[in-house]
Design a binder for this molecule. Structure first.
Ligand code: PMP
Length: 294
């Protein structure tokens, strides 16, 4: 495996950064998780744009253009001879001293890893997963805006531990005022009387790139799609529910807090959207290999 590290392709064993990196010391940095399918990187420009917006928000200068970053991501996937990959793009604040002050970190570390990821066994995509509401609330947007995909995921990791302790596959996280926000790395959707509903970003929810694509796909099917606040009650009494995320893709939810959702099997719209997603991801995206032939 070859890792992109600050402009060079290095072996995995040599892909090392300093223990003084503020990404390691403080979670000071930003990242993206991206997928490629069939030799094309799905929504690459959107992911890079979001990375740069996260970096801009925390006043982190990446030091290369978005176009250069797009090329670097494609080159990393190419360099590992992958067609279907999970890509982790990380920009940390870089090496500094033991204090918090980011001005002491002169140069960010830019890392691109292209590998594989399997979040859930195939069986669960066919049967659906169970989620439980966890005590840990989603970060207050006023404290850390959820649009910043920062290297500090402790809030979500605590929620994931709580879900695992409760023998559920995923954690349903609420906003500070008790509305359904999102899961630890996925956006939440439900279907009720033909309408598709998801949580609004002002609750402290990441605007998911998969979620945006799914909303477009649903609208293209003539489905009414809204983002509005909703409670656990709405999920318990939904006809269908599912989660979306780059790593998870579209995963049906059949049980929430011990309540069966709909028929207890993946719903019809969920299945259709999964098919649409598969078709689109196989044919659209930034071509990895055509670039090298130019
Ligand atoms: N919410 C959170 C907290 C996440 O970390 C992710 C994964 N990036 C998502 C939602 C889903 O976003 P996307 O579809 O852009 O991967």
């Amino acid at each position: 495996m070859k890792i992109y590290l600050n402009g060079n392709m290095v072996n995995r064993e040599d892909a090392k950064v300093s223990v003084f990196d503020h990404g390691f010391l403080y979670g000071d940095g930003v990242f993206e998780g991206i997928r490629s399918y069939n030799g094309r990187i799905w929504k690459l420009e959107e992911h890079v744009k979001r990375l740069y917006a996260s970096a801009h928000t925390i006043l982190l200068q990446i030091g290369m253009s978005q176009r250069e970053m797009i090329d670097a991501v494609a080159a990393t996937v190419r360099g590992n001879n992958l067609h279907d990959a999970y890509i982790r793009l990380v920009v940390s604040r870089g090496e500094g001293d033991l204090g918090l002050d980011p001005r002491k970190c002169s140069k960010p570390n830019i890392i691109i890893i292209a590998d594989k990821i399997v979040l859930y066994p195939q069986e669960l995509y066919e049967k659906g997963i169970q989620v439980v509401t966890v005590p840990t609330r989603r970060n207050l947007p006023e404290a850390l805006n959820a649009q910043v995909k920062s290297l500090n995921y402790l809030n979500n990791i605590l929620a994931k531990i709580e879900a695992t302790n409760a023998h559920a596959q995923e954690a349903l996280m609420l906003s500070s005022d008790g509305y359904v926000a999102e899961c630890t790395g996925e956006n939440v959707f439900f279907v009720r009387e033909g309408q598709l509903v998801t949580s609004p970003v002002h609750l402290g929810v990441l605007k998911g790139i998969t979620a945006t694509a799914v909303m477009d796909m649903a609208r293209a099917r003539g489905v009414d799609v809204v983002d509005q606040t909703f409670t656990r009650y709405d999920l318990w009494n939904a006809d269908e529910a599912f989660l979306t995320g780059t790593a998870a893709e579209i995963v049906p939810v059949v049980m929430v807090d011990g309540r069966q959702v709909g028929s207890g099997t993946p719903g019809e719209l969920t299945r259709k959207l999964r098919e649409d997603f598969k078709t689109l991801t196989q044919s659209e995206g930034y071509p990895i290999y055509e670039v090298s032939k130019q």
